[in-house]
Design a protein around this ligand. Structure first.
Ligand SMILES: *Cc1c(COP(=O)(O)O)cnc(C)c1O
Length: 456
């Protein structure tokens, strides 16, 4: 007998407001600090971000209306479907019901498009004509290229050189959407020229690319900088995912016991979990698990400290779980999860005891990704595979305990541009890697002397 596996919302049922968890945390989030150790005010951020986004960054208003023009674009692919992973359930012989929110249906192929559209909109509303940003593997670069084009802005993306050379397809996507994508370090910036003079063969890094994008922003007319994760307003824009999922579960009279997302900078995990954490704060039982790579264990092993968001320390100090800004993450294939810090809002949710974290091994993630592709069809991004591997562990536990749990996965993006990672897995070239304790301690030593966030 045919039983539908998909829960859909009509366009008119799309959420009209984002959810701001800052309104509901039992304790307030420690503020970002300047180099002088004093809290950073909105004015300090004005050269880099437009004031309307800075207002969202510091807002404690619970519900923030989503402008109509953004909704009109989001409904090209939203509300995204909630799908029951019946094929995977069968393969695992689990009594658990596994659902996934498919964010791979967006034009750029991941959840990042949600905030790219919103950020381009607010910049244009503020009178900005051009955005600069950086990208590692290219997922954010392609999303913001699309956002800028649809909102009529110019866009320049500094792409880490090694990815620029090894992964041409994301660059071609950016070009297709009309953005200028250049390898970083780049001779068009002062810092880029300096680094190229010293190390002509450098592969580049995310830290260098951030420094170049910020330099370009502050030295160009009508230009601002933007970021695809970590910041409060980015997490805010992603809450549309969890708000839709909550409505979809209501339609089928279910509620998840466990909500799982992978965590790079933390934005897709925030997006799916924060609306459920609102229920949790109000007394409902629900677990939320952030799945991170064992190679880059922020919330499972690293302390909660003040640290900079980039290697050159150009950003304010943020209170977060961090391995230290000098940390160069090992080249695991989940490029989007290779970051030294974690969104302050996600880090704070951890402190408040609202969420859990789990470290996943690379080979388990690829094994899970392949099982997923062979049972559900869609090929996940290597980042998404971390959430899948974690969900499989929970589904196996449910089988052992004979419990009919409901598990929700944020399926953050498809892996069709990341097939070389799959190739390396099939060729037996990938290994498991857990960050050695000495290396973690060495990296943390660089944070000595920085302010420390107060205890709760
Ligand atoms: C960028 C990316 C991530 C990680 O970023 P978050 O901000 O932690 O969500 C996860 N999945 C996909 C598909 C991505 O592109």
């Amino acid at each position: 007998m045919f039983e539908p596996v998909k829960v859909v919302l009509e366009d008119h049922e799309i959420p009209r407001e984002w959810y701001n968890i800052q309104a509901d945390f039992p304790h307030s989030v420690p503020p970002p600090l300047g180099k002088d150790g004093k809290p950073v005010g909105p004015g300090d951020l004005a050269p880099v971000f437009p004031m309307n986004l800075i207002e969202q960054e510091v807002s404690t208003q619970r519900w923030i209306p989503i402008p109509e023009e953004i909704l009109a674009i989001l409904t090209k692919w939203r509300p995204s479907p909630l799908i029951r992973a019946v094929g995977l359930e069968k393969a695992l012989k689990t009594p658990a019901k596994i659902f996934y929110k498919n964010e791979g249906v967006s034009p750029a192929g991941s959840h990042k498009t949600n905030t790219a559209i919103a950020q381009a909109y607010y910049n244009r509303e503020f009178g900005i004509k051009r955005l600069t940003s950086e990208t590692g593997a290219g997922q954010w670069g392609s999303a913001i290229a699309l956002g800028c084009k649809l909102m009529g802005l110019e866009c320049k993306v500094y792409m880490v050189r090694i990815s620029f050379e090894q992964k041409p397809f994301r660059k071609i996507m950016m070009q297709t959407w009309g953005a200028e994508c250049v390898p970083s370090p780049n001779p068009s910036t002062q810092i880029g020229r300096k680094i190229l003079a010293e190390q002509p063969d450098t592969p580049g890094s995310l830290g260098i690319a951030i420094s170049e994008a910020i330099e370009d922003c502050v030295t160009s007319k009508d230009t601002r900088y933007c970021l695809g994760s970590v910041l409060n307003h980015v997490c805010l824009h992603q809450t549309i995912i969890g708000l839709e999922a909550r409505k979809q579960f209501q339609k089928i009279n279910l509620y998840p016991d466990i909500v799982i997302g992978c965590a790079g900078g933390g934005s897709n995990f925030a997006g799916i979990s924060f609306p459920f954490l609102l229920d949790k704060i109000n007394g409902r039982e629900v677990r939320a698990i952030a799945a991170e790579p064992a190679a880059c264990p922020r919330m499972t092993r690293a302390p909660y400290l003040y640290d900079s968001g980039d290697v050159a320390m150009m950003t304010p100090l943020l209170a977060m779980h961090t391995i230290g800004h000098t940390f160069i993450p090992p080249p695991i294939h989940a490029g989007g999860l290779r970051y030294h810090g974690m969104a302050p809002l996600v880090s704070h949710a951890m402190r408040e005891g609202l969420i859990e974290a789990r470290a996943m091994m690379q080979l388990d993630c690829y094994k899970a990704a392949v099982l997923w592709a062979r049972t559900e069809g869609f090929i996940p991004a290597p980042e998404t595979a971390h959430a899948i591997a974690c969900a499989i562990e929970e589904a196996n536990t449910a089988r052992e305990e004979g419990k009919e749990k409901v598990i929700l996965i944020n399926w953050s993006g498809h892996g069709l541009m990341d097939l070389s990672g799959y190739q390396a897995y099939f060729d037996g070239k990938l290994v498991n890697y857990s960050l050695p304790e000495e290396e973690l301690q060495r990296s943390l030593a660089a944070l000595k002397g920085l302010p420390v966030p107060p205890a709760l």
